[in-house]
Design a protein around this ligand. Structure first.
Ligand code: SF4
Length: 313
Protein backbone atom coordinates (compact mmCIF):
# COMPACT_ATOMS: atom_id res chain seq x y z
CA UNK A 1 0.00 0.00 0.00
CA UNK A 2 2.99 2.29 0.59
CA UNK A 3 3.85 2.07 -3.11
CA UNK A 4 0.24 2.85 -4.08
CA UNK A 5 0.08 5.82 -1.71
CA UNK A 6 3.24 7.27 -3.20
CA UNK A 7 3.13 6.14 -6.83
CA UNK A 8 -0.45 5.12 -7.68
CA UNK A 9 -2.19 7.03 -10.46
CA UNK A 10 -3.99 10.18 -9.37
CA UNK A 11 -7.48 9.75 -10.76
CA UNK A 12 -10.24 12.14 -9.68
CA UNK A 13 -12.76 9.46 -8.67
CA UNK A 14 -10.25 7.87 -6.31
CA UNK A 15 -10.66 10.67 -3.81
CA UNK A 16 -14.45 10.50 -3.83
CA UNK A 17 -16.89 8.56 -1.68
CA UNK A 18 -19.71 9.20 -4.15
CA UNK A 19 -20.96 5.81 -5.45
CA UNK A 20 -22.44 7.42 -8.57
CA UNK A 21 -19.10 8.93 -9.64
CA UNK A 22 -17.24 5.70 -8.91
CA UNK A 23 -19.79 3.45 -10.66
CA UNK A 24 -19.70 5.79 -13.68
CA UNK A 25 -15.90 5.61 -13.83
CA UNK A 26 -15.91 1.81 -13.70
CA UNK A 27 -18.50 1.50 -16.47
CA UNK A 28 -16.77 4.05 -18.72
CA UNK A 29 -13.37 2.40 -18.21
CA UNK A 30 -14.62 -1.11 -18.96
CA UNK A 31 -13.22 -1.03 -22.51
CA UNK A 32 -11.67 2.42 -22.65
CA UNK A 33 -8.25 3.82 -21.81
CA UNK A 34 -8.12 6.10 -18.74
CA UNK A 35 -6.91 9.19 -20.63
CA UNK A 36 -9.79 8.85 -23.09
CA UNK A 37 -12.43 7.93 -20.48
CA UNK A 38 -11.57 10.78 -18.13
CA UNK A 39 -13.15 13.52 -20.24
CA UNK A 40 -16.31 11.44 -20.75
CA UNK A 41 -16.55 10.89 -17.01
CA UNK A 42 -16.23 14.63 -16.39
CA UNK A 43 -18.81 15.40 -19.08
CA UNK A 44 -21.35 12.92 -17.63
CA UNK A 45 -20.91 14.29 -14.12
CA UNK A 46 -21.24 17.86 -15.31
CA UNK A 47 -24.42 17.27 -17.33
CA UNK A 48 -26.00 14.49 -15.25
CA UNK A 49 -24.62 15.04 -11.73
CA UNK A 50 -26.66 12.37 -9.91
CA UNK A 51 -28.00 8.91 -10.63
CA UNK A 52 -31.51 10.43 -10.65
CA UNK A 53 -30.50 12.82 -13.45
CA UNK A 54 -29.05 9.90 -15.40
CA UNK A 55 -32.11 7.69 -14.89
CA UNK A 56 -34.52 10.37 -16.09
CA UNK A 57 -32.42 11.65 -19.01
CA UNK A 58 -33.71 10.89 -22.51
CA UNK A 59 -31.88 8.08 -24.28
CA UNK A 60 -30.75 10.48 -27.02
CA UNK A 61 -28.99 12.64 -24.42
CA UNK A 62 -27.09 9.69 -22.99
CA UNK A 63 -26.13 8.44 -26.45
CA UNK A 64 -24.91 11.96 -27.26
CA UNK A 65 -22.74 12.08 -24.14
CA UNK A 66 -21.43 8.61 -24.90
CA UNK A 67 -20.72 9.43 -28.55
CA UNK A 68 -17.16 8.46 -29.50
CA UNK A 69 -16.65 5.93 -26.69
CA UNK A 70 -17.91 2.99 -28.78
CA UNK A 71 -19.65 -0.14 -27.50
CA UNK A 72 -22.95 1.73 -27.30
CA UNK A 73 -24.57 -1.18 -25.53
CA UNK A 74 -22.69 0.03 -22.45
CA UNK A 75 -24.61 3.32 -22.62
CA UNK A 76 -27.92 1.41 -22.71
CA UNK A 77 -26.85 -0.75 -19.79
CA UNK A 78 -25.72 2.32 -17.85
CA UNK A 79 -29.15 3.90 -18.36
CA UNK A 80 -30.95 0.72 -17.29
CA UNK A 81 -28.62 0.45 -14.30
CA UNK A 82 -29.41 4.00 -13.24
CA UNK A 83 -33.17 3.32 -13.40
CA UNK A 84 -32.76 0.18 -11.33
CA UNK A 85 -30.65 1.98 -8.71
CA UNK A 86 -33.16 4.81 -8.44
CA UNK A 87 -35.92 2.24 -7.83
CA UNK A 88 -34.04 -0.21 -5.56
CA UNK A 89 -31.36 1.96 -3.94
CA UNK A 90 -27.58 1.57 -4.15
CA UNK A 91 -26.39 -2.05 -4.14
CA UNK A 92 -24.49 -3.19 -1.06
CA UNK A 93 -21.77 -5.75 -1.64
CA UNK A 94 -20.49 -7.93 -4.46
CA UNK A 95 -23.61 -10.02 -5.09
CA UNK A 96 -25.86 -6.97 -5.17
CA UNK A 97 -23.56 -5.13 -7.61
CA UNK A 98 -23.66 -8.18 -9.89
CA UNK A 99 -27.41 -7.63 -10.21
CA UNK A 100 -26.95 -4.18 -11.80
CA UNK A 101 -27.21 -4.23 -15.63
CA UNK A 102 -23.79 -4.07 -17.29
CA UNK A 103 -21.84 -5.15 -14.21
CA UNK A 104 -19.80 -8.35 -14.51
CA UNK A 105 -17.75 -10.14 -11.84
CA UNK A 106 -14.67 -7.92 -12.18
CA UNK A 107 -16.56 -4.61 -11.99
CA UNK A 108 -18.81 -5.91 -9.20
CA UNK A 109 -15.74 -6.83 -7.14
CA UNK A 110 -14.07 -3.50 -7.88
CA UNK A 111 -17.20 -1.57 -6.84
CA UNK A 112 -17.92 -3.68 -3.77
CA UNK A 113 -14.34 -3.22 -2.55
CA UNK A 114 -14.10 0.50 -3.35
CA UNK A 115 -17.60 1.67 -2.45
CA UNK A 116 -18.56 -0.80 0.28
CA UNK A 117 -15.14 -1.80 1.64
CA UNK A 118 -15.88 -5.48 0.99
CA UNK A 119 -12.81 -7.72 1.01
CA UNK A 120 -13.15 -9.25 -2.44
CA UNK A 121 -10.48 -9.45 -5.15
CA UNK A 122 -11.14 -7.74 -8.49
CA UNK A 123 -9.68 -10.10 -11.07
CA UNK A 124 -9.24 -9.21 -14.72
CA UNK A 125 -6.43 -10.13 -17.11
CA UNK A 126 -4.10 -7.59 -15.50
CA UNK A 127 -4.68 -8.86 -11.99
CA UNK A 128 -4.32 -12.48 -13.11
CA UNK A 129 -0.94 -11.57 -14.60
CA UNK A 130 0.32 -9.96 -11.38
CA UNK A 131 -0.97 -12.67 -9.04
CA UNK A 132 0.17 -15.56 -11.23
CA UNK A 133 3.66 -14.07 -11.24
CA UNK A 134 3.82 -13.29 -7.54
CA UNK A 135 2.76 -16.89 -6.86
CA UNK A 136 4.79 -18.32 -9.79
CA UNK A 137 1.60 -20.15 -10.83
CA UNK A 138 2.30 -22.14 -13.99
CA UNK A 139 -1.03 -23.86 -14.77
CA UNK A 140 -2.99 -22.51 -17.77
CA UNK A 141 -4.65 -19.39 -16.43
CA UNK A 142 -8.06 -20.09 -18.00
CA UNK A 143 -8.47 -23.40 -16.15
CA UNK A 144 -10.93 -23.59 -13.27
CA UNK A 145 -8.10 -24.80 -11.03
CA UNK A 146 -6.13 -21.63 -11.81
CA UNK A 147 -9.12 -19.38 -11.27
CA UNK A 148 -9.83 -20.97 -7.89
CA UNK A 149 -6.19 -20.74 -6.86
CA UNK A 150 -5.70 -17.11 -7.94
CA UNK A 151 -8.96 -16.11 -6.24
CA UNK A 152 -7.93 -17.58 -2.91
CA UNK A 153 -4.34 -16.34 -3.27
CA UNK A 154 -5.58 -12.81 -3.98
CA UNK A 155 -8.15 -13.00 -1.17
CA UNK A 156 -5.41 -14.03 1.24
CA UNK A 157 -3.34 -10.99 0.29
CA UNK A 158 -6.04 -8.27 0.10
CA UNK A 159 -5.60 -5.48 2.61
CA UNK A 160 -8.41 -6.05 5.15
CA UNK A 161 -8.97 -2.35 5.80
CA UNK A 162 -8.30 -0.98 2.30
CA UNK A 163 -9.52 -3.66 -0.13
CA UNK A 164 -10.58 -1.11 -2.76
CA UNK A 165 -7.22 0.64 -2.72
CA UNK A 166 -5.47 -2.72 -2.81
CA UNK A 167 -7.41 -3.79 -5.93
CA UNK A 168 -6.59 -0.46 -7.56
CA UNK A 169 -2.94 -0.79 -6.57
CA UNK A 170 -2.78 -4.17 -8.35
CA UNK A 171 -4.24 -2.54 -11.48
CA UNK A 172 -1.70 0.29 -11.35
CA UNK A 173 1.14 -2.13 -10.78
CA UNK A 174 0.00 -4.26 -13.74
CA UNK A 175 -0.10 -1.26 -16.02
CA UNK A 176 3.04 0.56 -14.91
CA UNK A 177 5.43 -2.16 -13.74
CA UNK A 178 4.25 -5.75 -14.09
CA UNK A 179 3.67 -5.36 -17.81
CA UNK A 180 3.04 -8.35 -20.11
CA UNK A 181 6.49 -8.04 -21.68
CA UNK A 182 9.67 -6.92 -19.93
CA UNK A 183 8.21 -6.36 -16.44
CA UNK A 184 10.23 -3.80 -14.50
CA UNK A 185 11.02 -6.12 -11.60
CA UNK A 186 13.87 -3.97 -10.30
CA UNK A 187 11.38 -1.11 -9.66
CA UNK A 188 8.63 -3.33 -8.30
CA UNK A 189 7.48 -3.07 -4.66
CA UNK A 190 6.95 -6.87 -4.75
CA UNK A 191 10.51 -7.53 -5.90
CA UNK A 192 11.52 -9.49 -2.80
CA UNK A 193 8.34 -11.50 -2.38
CA UNK A 194 7.63 -12.33 -6.03
CA UNK A 195 8.20 -16.04 -6.68
CA UNK A 196 8.37 -15.68 -10.49
CA UNK A 197 10.99 -12.96 -10.20
CA UNK A 198 13.09 -15.27 -8.03
CA UNK A 199 12.62 -18.21 -10.37
CA UNK A 200 13.22 -16.19 -13.54
CA UNK A 201 9.82 -17.15 -14.97
CA UNK A 202 8.02 -13.77 -14.91
CA UNK A 203 7.89 -13.32 -18.67
CA UNK A 204 6.53 -16.86 -19.15
CA UNK A 205 3.53 -16.13 -16.95
CA UNK A 206 0.62 -16.26 -16.98
CA UNK A 207 0.58 -19.48 -18.99
CA UNK A 208 -2.05 -19.22 -21.72
CA UNK A 209 -2.03 -22.83 -22.91
CA UNK A 210 -0.43 -26.10 -22.10
CA UNK A 211 2.37 -25.48 -24.59
CA UNK A 212 4.98 -24.52 -22.06
CA UNK A 213 8.47 -23.25 -22.57
CA UNK A 214 10.91 -25.13 -20.38
CA UNK A 215 13.28 -23.03 -18.29
CA UNK A 216 16.46 -24.15 -16.57
CA UNK A 217 16.66 -23.43 -12.88
CA UNK A 218 19.35 -24.07 -10.29
CA UNK A 219 18.26 -24.63 -6.68
CA UNK A 220 20.53 -25.06 -3.65
CA UNK A 221 19.58 -26.80 -0.41
CA UNK A 222 21.11 -27.13 3.02
CA UNK A 223 20.78 -30.59 4.60
CA UNK A 224 20.16 -30.22 8.36
CA UNK A 225 20.22 -33.66 10.02
CA UNK A 226 19.69 -34.99 13.55
CA UNK A 227 20.12 -38.74 13.32
CA UNK A 228 17.15 -39.97 11.27
CA UNK A 229 15.49 -36.58 11.33
CA UNK A 230 15.58 -34.04 8.50
CA UNK A 231 15.25 -30.33 9.26
CA UNK A 232 12.59 -28.91 6.94
CA UNK A 233 10.75 -25.73 6.08
CA UNK A 234 7.29 -25.31 4.56
CA UNK A 235 7.38 -23.79 1.07
CA UNK A 236 5.36 -20.61 0.49
CA UNK A 237 1.95 -21.00 -1.11
CA UNK A 238 1.90 -20.61 -4.85
CA UNK A 239 5.50 -21.16 -5.90
CA UNK A 240 7.27 -24.39 -6.70
CA UNK A 241 6.11 -27.23 -4.37
CA UNK A 242 3.53 -24.88 -2.94
CA UNK A 243 2.91 -25.55 0.78
CA UNK A 244 4.99 -28.78 0.89
CA UNK A 245 7.93 -29.44 3.21
CA UNK A 246 11.42 -29.39 1.74
CA UNK A 247 14.97 -28.91 2.91
CA UNK A 248 15.78 -25.23 3.46
CA UNK A 249 16.59 -23.53 0.15
CA UNK A 250 19.74 -21.40 0.17
CA UNK A 251 19.73 -17.90 -1.24
CA UNK A 252 23.53 -17.94 -1.52
CA UNK A 253 25.78 -20.86 -2.34
CA UNK A 254 28.21 -21.87 0.46
CA UNK A 255 31.49 -21.92 -1.52
CA UNK A 256 33.41 -24.12 0.91
CA UNK A 257 31.08 -27.13 0.43
CA UNK A 258 30.76 -29.48 -2.53
CA UNK A 259 27.16 -30.33 -3.43
CA UNK A 260 25.55 -33.54 -4.59
CA UNK A 261 23.95 -32.60 -7.90
CA UNK A 262 20.79 -34.04 -9.36
CA UNK A 263 18.71 -33.13 -12.39
CA UNK A 264 14.95 -33.25 -12.10
CA UNK A 265 12.27 -32.29 -14.62
CA UNK A 266 9.00 -30.55 -13.74
CA UNK A 267 6.33 -29.59 -16.28
CA UNK A 268 7.99 -26.34 -17.31
CA UNK A 269 11.29 -26.45 -15.49
CA UNK A 270 14.50 -28.36 -15.84
CA UNK A 271 15.86 -28.26 -12.30
CA UNK A 272 19.46 -28.67 -11.33
CA UNK A 273 19.35 -29.41 -7.62
CA UNK A 274 22.41 -28.89 -5.42
CA UNK A 275 22.35 -30.61 -2.01
CA UNK A 276 24.98 -29.50 0.50
CA UNK A 277 25.00 -32.59 2.71
CA UNK A 278 27.79 -31.16 4.89
CA UNK A 279 26.02 -27.85 5.46
CA UNK A 280 23.07 -27.50 7.84
CA UNK A 281 22.23 -23.91 6.86
CA UNK A 282 22.41 -20.83 9.02
CA UNK A 283 18.86 -20.73 10.38
CA UNK A 284 16.86 -23.21 12.39
CA UNK A 285 14.45 -25.38 10.34
CA UNK A 286 10.73 -25.12 11.12
CA UNK A 287 10.25 -28.81 11.77
CA UNK A 288 12.24 -32.04 12.18
CA UNK A 289 10.78 -35.15 10.54
CA UNK A 290 11.80 -38.72 9.76
CA UNK A 291 11.62 -39.86 6.15
CA UNK A 292 8.27 -41.58 6.84
CA UNK A 293 6.80 -38.52 8.52
CA UNK A 294 8.04 -36.32 5.68
CA UNK A 295 6.50 -38.70 3.08
CA UNK A 296 3.21 -38.67 4.95
CA UNK A 297 3.06 -34.87 4.63
CA UNK A 298 3.72 -34.99 0.89
CA UNK A 299 7.35 -35.18 -0.17
CA UNK A 300 8.09 -33.59 -3.58
CA UNK A 301 9.27 -36.17 -6.11
CA UNK A 302 12.58 -34.33 -6.50
CA UNK A 303 13.42 -35.18 -2.87
CA UNK A 304 12.32 -38.80 -3.29
CA UNK A 305 14.67 -38.85 -6.28
CA UNK A 306 17.50 -37.36 -4.18
CA UNK A 307 17.02 -39.85 -1.33
CA UNK A 308 16.95 -42.72 -3.82
CA UNK A 309 20.26 -41.59 -5.25
CA UNK A 310 21.90 -40.52 -1.99
CA UNK A 311 20.16 -42.52 0.76
CA UNK A 312 20.35 -41.21 4.31
CA UNK A 313 17.40 -43.11 5.70
S1 SF4 B 1 8.69 -8.58 -9.30
FE1 SF4 B 1 8.41 -8.48 -11.53
S2 SF4 B 1 7.09 -10.20 -12.06
FE2 SF4 B 1 6.95 -9.91 -9.86
S3 SF4 B 1 5.14 -8.62 -9.59
FE3 SF4 B 1 6.92 -7.26 -9.71
S4 SF4 B 1 7.13 -6.70 -11.88
FE4 SF4 B 1 5.74 -8.45 -11.75
Amino acid sequence: MRWYDQSGRHLPWRNLRNPYAIWLSEVILQQTRVDQGLKYWERFLRELPTVQHLASAPESHIKGLWSGLGYYRRADLLHRGAKQIVTDGWPKGYKAWLGVPGIGPYTAAALASIVDGEVVPALDGNAYRVYSRVADWSEPIESSQSKAFIYSFALGHLHPKRPGDFNQAVMDLAQAICTPKKPKCSECPLHDSCAARRAGTAELLPVKSRKLKVVNQDMHFAVPRRGHLFGLIQRPLGGIWSGLYTLPELATVPPEFTPQILEHRLSHRRLKLHFYSEFAGSSEPEIWLTYEEWSARGMPQAFVHWLTNFPYI
